[in-house]
Design a protein around this ligand. Structure first.
Ligand SMILES: [Zn+2]
Length: 218
């Protein structure tokens, strides 16, 4: 089973990804992780990607797809959850071509939908301790004393890209990038919208219900 998992920042995609991967015996493929590893291991693909990044250019779609397909071809897995990929229609088209050539296809596209204001509350409330790494949330998981780590480490910090202005921009960018992708996959008839506004457990159940019903190609 090949799953494309779409969801905005703050939607809890990471948590849900782990649960899905465990339950269905899938392999989690994050394009960000793979790109970092290829560069670190200094592979041919990694070197190519690095040269684009050094000159301030985006890594081209075919190179990203080549990295992902190398991964899909190299592992004997029961399937994959693609996370953060494809990001553009160009990548989606290249992926489809490469999968067809390998006798596979995208079986389902999970589209996790969360209201923008909810995303903003979730993200802007995040705080963490720079010393021990404990994570907090000002509303959902507050420290005992405001802005102080419970373990006595001192003041908590907020990631610079978790501030309101940056978060609004990240959400806007997500919608701009993702809407055309959702349309692309809708034409193939395999998009499943999942309401991500619910509690974590309810979202997990909704995702399981979708995946239980998927008829896989291979
Ligand atoms: Zn601490």
């Amino acid at each position: 089973m090949i799953v494309v998992f779409l969801g905005p920042p703050g939607a809890g995609k990471g948590t849900q990804c782990k649960l899905i991967v465990d339950r269905y015996g899938l392999t989690h493929l994050s394009s960000g992780d793979i790109l970092r590893r290829e560069r670190k291991e200094n592979t041919e693909l990694g070197q190519k990607a690095q040269s684009y990044m050094d000159s301030g250019q985006l890594v081209p779609d075919d190179l990203i797809v080549a990295m992902m397909m190398k991964e899909i071809g190299s592992q004997s897995s029961g399937g994959y959850v693609l996370d953060g990929f494809p990001r553009t229609i160009g990548q989606a088209q290249e992926l489809d071509k490469a999968l067809v050539a390998a006798g596979k296809k995208v079986d389902v596209v999970l589209n996790l939908e969360v209201d923008d204001n909810k995303l903003e509350t979730r993200i802007t409330g995040r705080r963490s301790c720079g010393k021990c790494g404990t994570a907090y949330h000002v509303t959902f998981n507050p420290p005992k004393t405001e802005d102080q780590c419970d373990k006595g480490c001192g003041a908590l910090t907020q990631r610079p890209d978790d501030t309101s202005e940056v978060v609004q921009q990240r959400i806007k960018t997500y919608h701009e990038q993702t809407s055309p992708l959702v349309e692309y996959y809708q034409q193939q008839g395999n998009v499943k919208n999942v309401n991500g506004n619910l509690d974590i457990q309810e979202v997990t159940k909704a995702l399981y219900d979708v995946l239980d019903g998927v008829k896989t190609s291979a």
